[in-house]
Write a protein that binds this ligand. Sequence first.
Ligand code: SF4
Length: 72
Amino acid sequence: MIQTTLTPFKRKLNSSLTKKQINVLQINLGKRCNLACNHCHVEASPKRTEELSPKNCEQLIEVINRFRKLKL
Ligand code: SF4
């Protein structure tokens, strides 16, 4: 049987959707990887060469240092 109506998300949750404090920062440093998984969300592979520039790395370090809530 095909369901023809959608349950509103708020009712599905049965509570309000609230955010929690951010304390994790994930950084994809580049697209080079020794594997090439079909499911890879960054489309990494051994053939990819893109990577963060030294300037971008310095900027990231500045952001990380300013954002004290991150757990290092
Ligand atoms: S998912 Fe992507 S980054 Fe992770 S191992 Fe596979 S190819 Fe590499």
